[in-house]
Write a protein that binds this ligand. Sequence first.
Ligand code: LMR
Length: 327
Amino acid sequence: MKRFAGIIVAFLGALAISTAQAKPIEIKFSHVVAENTPKGQMALKFKELVDQRLDGKVVVKVYPNSQLFTDGKVLQAMQLGDVEMAAPSLSKFQKYTKKLQIFDLPFLFEDMEAVETFQNSPAGKELLKSLERKMLVGLGYLHNGMKQLSANQPIRTPADIAGKKYRIMTSDVLQAQFEAVHAIPLKKPFSEVFTLLQTRAIDGQENTWSNIYSKKFFEVQDYVTETNHGLLDYLVVSSAEFWYGLPQDIRNELQAALDEAIAYGNQIAAQKAKEDRQKIIDSGKSQVVEITDEERQQWVNAMRPVWKRFEKEVGADLIDAAIKSNK
Ligand code: LMR
């Protein structure tokens, strides 16, 4: 009888192990933007490629629109093992590393080509590792694009936004940038921006064409000024425990799928920067303000001193490397 019970226990044990092995690895991918954006499309492409190539061994579930976590919560949740992947904007990592603040310095990159050059340079690639001490892994950069300023009046020069309340991401560089033009910056989650604008609790915000369009900010703001004053790009991240705990072959396949999805997302980013700008103009709901070179120079003069303030935290060498990426 004892022997029989032993056989049953061994059998059930083996069954449990084989069931556990057959269970797919689940990747919850949490983000805050709409699906018709560079990040939304990249995440869906990643899911599609994983479905095709990993034969049910890995299942990706994408949660857009802050459904699972806001960016303020997602990195901590990742460290606790509650979510496996996310791609917060580079402006949202300052609690984890000061180095990525470089991407927020106003008027540092002349265009997206310069951003691409810097991110692919040895210095840029090294920055992917800047979260390792916090047990997070940078898996790749993803573009969104350059930021513009939206408002309820036509903003042309820094004097026009003095005293106005502007929503910013959780970044001290962005805070300093708005303080440099005497505006009042307020750090708020992306999920609250539309309501804050609609109720006029804030006067304006800075964002890319695709975010202004997909989240309908243009419907509650009368003007968008084309300043291209700063960058909004992303870092795709995972937790070191999850990522390095994966079997090597699966990790390689996932990294390859992600690289491809990022390349796809970058194409969408370039397209959307043009298309969504045009859609906003065509909507007739918000007017796009183009500033002159002389007006733009006023913004540069007012905001550039911010670099000096963050030079120590970011590193003068790194700033130099970024400047060299401009042609
Ligand atoms: C924002 O908070 O404005 C952006 O980070 C949203 C995003 O992820 O593009």
